[in-house]
Design a protein around this ligand. Structure first.
Ligand code: GDP
Ligand code: CA
Length: 313
């Protein structure tokens, strides 16, 4: 079993590569749920859905999130009713949130409901929420605290982030499913997700960081920072405003003690000695995934890297 830790769009790309190259049922993705929120009375889980839609082959290729060829009639009508419609939810996507919310209200856990949705879409990987309790990322900015989607979607990540809070994280517990997957994991792979607000919350679930830190098998991270920049989203600006180096080295430093190996892009080859000085092995590879071949090739390289690290132990 391979366990991957993932946020949304960046994480889903490598998860998809792993899904394509691994034998059936050998992949478990633990996803960030600190982006989850309620809107129109529905529970929305952006990162879990992005990973699920991507593995199911129904993701919108233009955005990386949402469903391909979705229509937006429901949202348009909500707009006519005067509702705020800055969070884009397509008609088919709405169905996911309706089905999820209905099951959650009947008392099912987020883990169970997510598994039902994943199975219904024909995905044969396990996609596990990092915890079943609600956790909500808040970002501190010069204009005050903002709910994550307010910052990310409504205000287009334009605010300077001076701090991060994962509200509810103290009450969160690692799920039996996540601990079970980690027990069976031959390797743990940190997808190229935002280290602060995607992988950060997963590791902040009490006990999970420690569990990964003492994982006996190889643990490898792929840098989401390429050439000193995030390929999309605010990861680079967040690292900078929170006082971290904006580079693959900066990401490696954040994962110190948690990973044995770091996968960095060819463009960042010169950072290898500094990352090795952190006590990590380095794999230099093309890490920008523009199509499904790129995803599979990178996944294959990452798995080989894990194997090499495992053998060297
Ligand atoms: P979000 O939840 O949708 O913001 O997605 P993630 O946190 O999973 O991923 C965001 C990160 O993915 C950004 O920092 C991007 O730089 C990174 N990213 C996106 N595509 C790629 C890619 O093809 N290769 C690498 N190495 N990183 C990527
Ligand atoms: Ca996200």
């Amino acid at each position: 079993m391979i366990v991957a830790l993932a946020g949304g769009v960046g994480g889903a790309k490598l998860a998809d590569g792993l899904y394509r190259v691994l034998p059936p049922r050998q992949l478990t993705v633990i996803v960030n749920t600190a982006d989850d929120f309620d809107i129109f009375g529905l529970r929305v889980c952006p990162d879990a859905d992005t990973v699920t839609y991507t593995l199911a082959g129904v993701a919108n290729p233009a955005t990386g999130w949402g469903i391909a060829d979705d229509t937006f009639e429901t949202l348009r009508m909500l707009g006519r009713y005067g509702r705020d419609v800055w969070f884009q939810i397509g008609d088919r996507d709405f169905a996911t949130h309706i089905a999820r919310t209905e099951r959650l209200r009947s008392g099912a856990s987020l883990t169970a409901v997510t598994a039902e949705l994943v199975t219904a879409l024909g995905v044969t990987a396990d996609i596990l929420p990092m915890c079943d309790e609600p956790v909500a990322t808040q970002v501190m900015t010069p204009s005050g605290p903002l709910e994550f989607q307010e910052y990310f979607v409504h205000r287009h990540q334009s605010d300077t982030v001076t701090g991060i809070i994962f509200r509810g994280i103290d009450q969160a517990r690692p799920t039996g499913a996540a601990l079970g997957a980690l027990r069976e994991a031959t390797a743990v792979i940190f997808c190229p997700s935002n280290p602060v607000v995607s992988v950060g919350p997963i590791l902040a679930v009490p006990g999970l960081r420690e569990r990964v830190a003492r994982h006996p098998g190889p643990r490898v991270a792929v840098s989401p920072i390429v050439g000193g920049r995030a390929l999309r989203g605010p990861a680079d600006r967040m690292l900078e405003s929170l006082g971290h180096e904006v580079s693959a080295y900066g990401v490696a430093a954040l994962y110190r003690g948690l990973v044995d190996g770091m996968v960095i892009d060819e463009i960042d080859a010169s950072l290898a000695p500094r990352i090795e000085a952190l006590g990590m092995k380095v794999l230099i590879a093309p890490t920008v995934m523009t199509d499904s071949n790129d995803r599979s090739s990178l996944a294959t390289r990452v798995l080989e890297f894990c194997e090499r690290i495992g053998q060297a132990r």
